[in-house]
Every structure is written in structure tokens, then in C-alpha cells.
Design a protein around this ligand. Structure first.
Ligand SMILES: Cc1ncc(COP(=O)(O)O)c(C=O)c1O
Length: 395
């Protein structure tokens, strides 16, 4: 027992821990829930869908009564595209706040959809700030919506959503949020953060398996979206109205994934909901970062900006360090890590989310130390230009 909580058993089939931001390590109960088949039209499966929608809405907390939950087949990107395509009117214009790969993908999606767009591009990781949003809207009154990324998973930064939401609301514009990797572990209460719609997916902080995404949207906004969508299958208005009428998904649902997700939602509730899940991940991060710093690794972000979701570490300057070899050595010890996504300096990422606790994270740091020894890396310190890059954020 650690911190009064039962330790999580290691993956039952002996596979490595997934220290990645989804798919991630799931519990045996979640996996077992996929052992039976469900008829997609059957009342029993309709009851699962209704339960899923109700439980997800409840995670919003105060203000949830004004929202609807619309699950959508496909990975997170399908959900983002469905949200943008459904909520942006054909003559709307969106301000996309980009500071990494997922902001860039949101912008690319808007361009595919043929909607008007303007972008605040902060590069690899610098946070978009509320005053920048206010200034951009002032300079371009055609902007109707702002699109923000909650946790930009490519660097691991937790973007300052509250000030972005305040600036958007103060200007009378509407906020759309990609909370893919944050929802379920970080508060998104509508009474604190005014937003029109947000999207997340099954295989992130709720700890389900991949197969669908879901959008939580203000009912009054959703009611006004009829005819906006560019796509039949990604039309959230059509999905919502059909689900309300029949209790069914419009097209073949990922039945087993939904059953597993209900199990994951029950475990989320039993753990203590969003606050407890976020606290476990934060402790995972703290133990990981402390252990990695102890052996000389440096994080891209200052502690203040580190999310409890995923952490970017600079690759060591030592020429004996080779990421592909490091990856294999970590995998061999039972941990799958993630390559970095920075354009300017070499890095790698380690996720803190999934069915694991601080004891696992301690072992991850030990495994990293072993891997360095094996490679003959004497010093994990990053190159000077990496540290100079980090200065930009603290400046
Ligand atoms: C913030 C964010 N947005 C979008 C996505 C895309 O989701 P998917 O890879 O499931 O399509 C991810 C995936 O990690 C993400 O972290």
C-alpha cells in the first residue's frame, strides 16, 4: 500500500507499461469487459451508451446541466474534425491557438474544411496568452470562434485555458477546446471556464481503450448547428439528434470499446473522480521528474508549466546517447517511451497517465539510469542550445 491506496498490479500479460499519452496502460477489468459481444441495436447496449453519456457529463461538475454529450466513432482527430466542422458556421472564422503539433493539426483541419482561419503560432511550446487572444480578436472582428488546446501533448505544456476563456468570453466570442489528453484529470468546469464545446477520447485520462472520441457541448449551441457540417459521418448534430431519438449510434458503434469504457468510468469514479485522477498523475510526474533530474536529465519546461500528463526531456548532449538505443533499452526493462516532437532540439517524452502509480515512475527513472550506463553515457546534461531554448519561456 502506498499513500493509503492499493498498488496497481503490473500488466497481466507481462507487456511493457505504455508511458505514452494513449493508447495507455489499462486495468485488467477494462480489458476483461471486452470479452463479451453486444448487439448494437439491443437495449442492453443502448443502456451502456446512455450510461456513458451521463457519466461523462457528470465529470464537468457544476454547470453540466447546460451540456450534452455526443460520442463519435474514430480516434481523437475524428472528434476534433467533427467538432470544428459542426460548430464553425460556413461563414464563421476561427482563431486557432497553436503551440505544437495538435494546434497545427487543428489549423490544418480547419483549412481542409474550407472555413476562414487565423492562427496565433507560438512555435514548439510557448503558451498562447489571454492578452494575445484579446488583441487578435480586436484586430480582426470577423473572428467568431477561438480554438484552444488544453494540454498540448507534443511538449506536455498545460496551456493557460482560464485566461484564454476569459479573453474569449470578454470579447463575446465562442471557445472550442481540444482537451484530448487532459479531460478527466484536469478540471474543465463550465462555471469557471466558459466554452461552447470540447473534445476528448476514450484512451486518455479516463483510461479506456482506443475507438471513439466524445464531444461535450452546450445544448443551446448544438441546437444551432444544423446544416453546418461538411461531412455526413462527422456531423455531431445528426449524431446527437439520432442518439436522442433512438438511443443508438448512427453507424456501427465500437461496442467492445464502449463496454470497456464504462468499466474505466466506474474505476475513475471509485478513485475519486477528476481531482483524484489528476492528483495521482501529478504525483507520477513529480516522482518521474525528480528521479530523472537526479540522474542529470533536464525538462523542456519550467516546473510551473509541466502538466501531469506527459513530460518532455532534452536528450543528453553526450555523443554516446542514441534515442533508438535508449528506447530499446527502456522497452527491454518494461517501459515504452515516446519520441520527442520539438523541431529545434532533440528530446523524448515520458507519459504520466494510465493505470500506474508513483512506484512505477520510480522504476522508470532507475531504468533510464541503467540505460545510460549500458550506452556509456556519463552525463545526461542537454546541450547548451537546449537550455538557451528553455530560457525563452522563463524570460
Ligand atoms: C491534444 C491532442 N489532440 C489531438 C490528438 C489526436 O488524437 P488521436 O491520435 O487519437 O487521433 C491527440 C493525441 O494524442 C492529442 O493529445
Amino acid at each position: 500500500m502506498k499513500d493509503g491506496n492499493p498498488p496497481f498490479p503490473a500488466p497481466e500479460l507481462g507487456e511493457p507499461y505504455l508511458l505514452t499519452p494513449g493508447p495507455l496502460t489499462t486495468s485488467i477489468e477494462v480489458k476483461r469487459a471486452m470479452l463479451r459481444d453486444w448487439g448494437s441495436w439491443d437495449d442492453d447496449f443502448r443502456a451502456l451508451t446512455a450510461d456513458l453519456r451521463r457519466r461523462l457529463l457528470a465529470l464537468l461538475g457544476p454547470g453540466a446541466n447546460d451540456y450534452e454529450c455526443i460520442p463519435m466513432q474514430g480516434s481523437g482527430t475524428f472528434g476534433v474534425e467533427a467538432m470544428l466542422g459542426t460548430f464553425l458556421p460556413r461563414d464563421g472564422k476561427v482563431l486557432v491557438l497553436s503551440n505544437g503539433a495538435y494546434g497545427a493539426r487543428a489549423a490544418e483541419t480547419v483549412r481542409y474544411l474550407g472555413r476562414q482561419i487565423t492562427v496565433i503560432d507560438k512555435g514548439d511550446y510557448l503558451p498562447p496568452r489571454g492578452d494575445e487572444v484579446a488583441a487578435a480578436i480586436k484586430a480582426d472582428p470577423a473572428i467568431t470562434h477561438v480554438m484552444a488546446i488544453h494540454c498540448e501533448t507534443s511538449s506536455g505544456i498545460l496551456n493557460p485555458l482560464a485566461e484564454i476563456a476569459d479573453a474569449t468570453a470578454a470579447a463575446g466570442r465562442k471557445l472550442l477546446i481540444d482537451s484530448m489528453s487532459a479531460f478527466g484529470a484536469i478540471d474543465l468546469q463550465p462555471d469557471r471556464i466558459a466554452f461552447e464545446a470540447m473534445v476528448s477520447s476514450a484512451n486518455k485520462c479516463i483510461e479506456g481503450v482506443p475507438g471513439f472520441s466524445f464531444v461535450l457541448a452546450r445544448r443551446d449551441a448544438l441546437e444551432g448547428t444544423k446544416g453546418n457540417a461538411h461531412s455526413l459521418s462527422l456531423d455531431l448534430y445528426a449524431q446527437w439528434t439520432a442518439m436522442e431519438k433512438t438511443g443508438q449510434w448512427r453507424y456501427t458503434p465500437p461496442t467492445h470499446v464502449v463496454a470497456a469504457f464504462i468499466e474505466a468510468l466506474k474505476a475513475h469514479e471509485a478513485e475519486g473522480g477528476v481531482a483524484a485522477r489528476g492528483a495521482r498523475y501529478a504525483r507520477n510526474r513529480d516522482v518521474l521528474v525528480a528521479g530523472m533530474r537526479k540522474i542529470g536529465f533536464e525538462t523542456l519546461l519550467d516546473s510551473r508549466w509541466l502538466s501531469p500528463i506527459i513530460v518532455t526531456f532534452f536528450s543528453p548532449a553526450d555523443p554516446a546517447f542514441d534515442f533508438a538505443r535508449f528506447y530499446e533499452l527502456m522497452k527491454h526493462q518494461g517501459y515504452i517511451i515516446y519520441p520527442g516532437k520539438l523541431t529545434l532540439v532533440d528530446s523524448f517524452r515520458i507519459g504520466c497517465i494510465g493505470r500506474m502509480d508513483a512506484a512505477v515512475m520510480e522504476n522508470v527513472a532507475t531504468a533510464a539510469a541503467n540505460a545510460l550506463t549500458e550506452m556509456g553515457v556519463a552525463n545526461a546534461a542537454p546541450p547548451e542550445d537546449a537550455l538557451a531554448e528553455r530560457q525563452k519561456l522563463s524570460a
